[in-house]
Write a protein that binds this ligand. Structure first.
Ligand code: FAD
Length: 163
């Protein structure tokens, strides 16, 4: 079997730029930095999140804020949060039920246990921007604009040969 270990200037291709793919890309770049490697990380994403959005109600439930900070060193900007959610009310024919969650007493945004309403495409764009910023800081030669006018060209492919 071929040696699959990553080396300086190895290329990693990630198909799909949702939270899973982008988190993977961010983690890869952070791991590469700690090992002194420059990785060519490409995300192939078919959607333009300035125009399209993945299906989502836009609810970020705890411990998402903690997980982002702890595992990715990514800090949710306050500007992304449209509203804080303290509970849900179920409307039935005979009665209404109020469900209060962990965040019921989290009066301040940013305390790690709150539930937030966000615009999903904005959240995806924020993660992509974080990825691009890391790529730019670590391996600027691998960042180049992509012609998105051609239908077949995937979005968020950020690549340029160093040599
Ligand atoms: C109706 C609905 C509502 C939801 N509401 C919530 C909610 O409120 N809160 C919550 O936390 N979760 C919600 N979810 C779940 C949430 O959307 C998923 O858990 C999350 O999107 C999974 O992230 P992902 O990166 O794994 O996949 P996705 O977000 O699906 O990302 C995959 C990406 O890959 C791209 N892609 C796929 N195939 C290719 C290809 N061949 N080439 C290039 N790109 C490709 C797609 O365009 C997509 O952007 C909801 C899901 C649905 C369906």
């Amino acid at each position: 079997m071929r040696d699959c270990r990553l080396h300086d200037h190895s290329t990693v291709v990630i198909i799909g730029g949702g939270p899973g793919g982008t988190a993977c890309a961010i983690k890869l770049l952070q791991g590469a930095r700690s090992r002194g490697l420059c990785l060519r990380v490409l995300i192939f994403e078919g959607k333009d999140f300035n125009v399209h959005a993945n299906q989502c109600v836009g609810v970020l439930s705890p411990p998402i804020e903690e997980v982002l900070a702890r595992d990715l060193d990514v800090h949710l900007p306050r500007a992304l949060i449209k509203q804080q959610i303290f509970g849900y009310r179920l409307h039935g024919e005979r009665e209404n039920v109020l469900l209060m969650g962990h965040s019921a007493h989290a009066s301040e945004a940013g305390h790690g246990q709150a539930t937030y309403a966000v615009e999903r495409a904005e959240f995806d764009r924020f993660l992509h921007d974080t990825f691009l910023f890391l790529l730019f800081c670590q391996c600027p030669n691998f960042l180049e604009p992509v012609d998105t006018s051609a239908r077949s060209v995937p979005q968020f492919t950020h690549h340029k040969h160093a040599n």
